[in-house]
Design a protein around this ligand. Sequence first.
Ligand code: NOJ
Ligand code: CA
Length: 529
Amino acid sequence: MAVPNWLSDAILYQIYPQSFADSNGDGIGDLRGIAEHLDYLAWLGVTAVWLNPCFVSPMRDAGYDVADYLAIAPRYGDNHDVAELAEQARARGIRLLLDLVPGHTSDTHPWFESSARDPEDHRYVWAQPGPDGKLPDGFVRSPGRRPGGYLPNFFDFQPALNFGYARQRADEPWRQDIAADGPQANRAALRTIMDHWLRLGVSGFRVDMAYSLVKDDPSRAETSRLWREVRGWLDQTHPNAVLLSEWGDPAVAVPAGFDADFFLHFGGPTNGRPLRSLWSNGISTEYPEWTGEPCYFDADGRGTAGVFLTAYQDALAAIGEPGHIALPTANHDFARLQAGPRAPEQLPPAFAFLLTFPTLPAIYYGDEIGMRHVPGLSDTEGSVMRSGYNRAGARTPMQWDSGPNAGFSAAPPARLYLPVDPDPGRPTVAGQRADQGSLLHTVRDLIALRSAHPELGPGGRLEILSDGYPLVYLRGGLFLVVVNPSDRAQVLPHGRPDLAEATAVRNAGVTLAQTTITAGPFSFGIFRL
Ligand code: NOJ
Ligand code: CA
């Protein structure tokens, strides 16, 4: 399957709309606020932006509980603002993607309200109590006249839309077939929703919990069939539109029809270990079952890049092209790069890796200036998933300048969606734009380098020379990349005297010699052979 050209060269940027820029002073970010900062994104070199859900919603899961798929939540603006934002972005070479939440709605969605009244309605998964009077595990008692209970997909207030079951069971006669009317009506609704936004000028979707649609679906065969059908329809109707999945398993999601899938903190054969093995230092967003192994981008140099590299090679072997695999710095569910004790000096090598590796780079808003993961916040719109897992720390307002509320909003601080990082030394865009040596300039410069040289993107061959400290690889046979995120100098002996002749394209602390590469603490270098 070919990826639309624009995607394989993309620099993705994720915006949490409520936290990016507030244009009208109500304390919540909005679409016009985003539009006002498009010049910044263009200056940075971003080519595609995805927005978390901004549809009508009671906001109990920050908008992942949709109550109207076809209308923008008033706090963000209206449908016209989406069209305008898409157009203004496109004029700057930036494509706009929205977040599609196909697996569940809010329990206030009119579809659910009518389903909770009408036992003949099968848009959701309903079950009746068994002979013991109990609902099946995980089901929630009906809030309406309808007897029995419904299956939630995430929080209890997010009833799962019914896409059918891959397997039937005599003792669960309420399971519906994929071909039944309710599941088919939901498939048709997906097309209506996508078509609606694509016609307004958006370029595709990030798809929430894309793996979750068909229930009891071992190996996700039926869910994959469903998405391939959607992709086939898109190919006919909107061929340049892309679908990026929240699946966490590119080897499965891409053959299922997605143009790209993210490595995530969960998913895949090792439940998110590849991404965590790079970035996760155990702050704020931790599952109890995670073992807390050291990650590669920590200062003490006890991690290994090998876990990620192996997972990457495996995924690539399954799908053929690296442009299908997206690597995020963080996201709204997972701690920022600048979390806990990580020092700001550790971020440049992390971005050097992100932006010279064949995967699609996805920058979470604010990570380009090293915004901090803010600890200790209270539950905000469902940010706390369980004890020890609070996502709010990754969702604080973008830090634009040294003005009130860091330039995010003119509202009184108490009205902000979440508090601005109270650290007096917090980084800002304005501060870093004025400083050529800042992380922001480093990121911009690395993006420019990648964009100018296809060898550094998905098109260039990858040859790993060392997966320890330093991490050393060749790109497209033309560039040598050296990355050392640890706090001490690392020396790599090598048997290629020609490397000593390579010319530095960007160098922050690396020395090439006849028989060794020496990478200083927190260093990176990109050299031309
Ligand atoms: C994954 C989203 O990224 C997360 O923020 C949300 O809470 C769940 N899906 C439920 O939609
Ligand atoms: Ca606002």
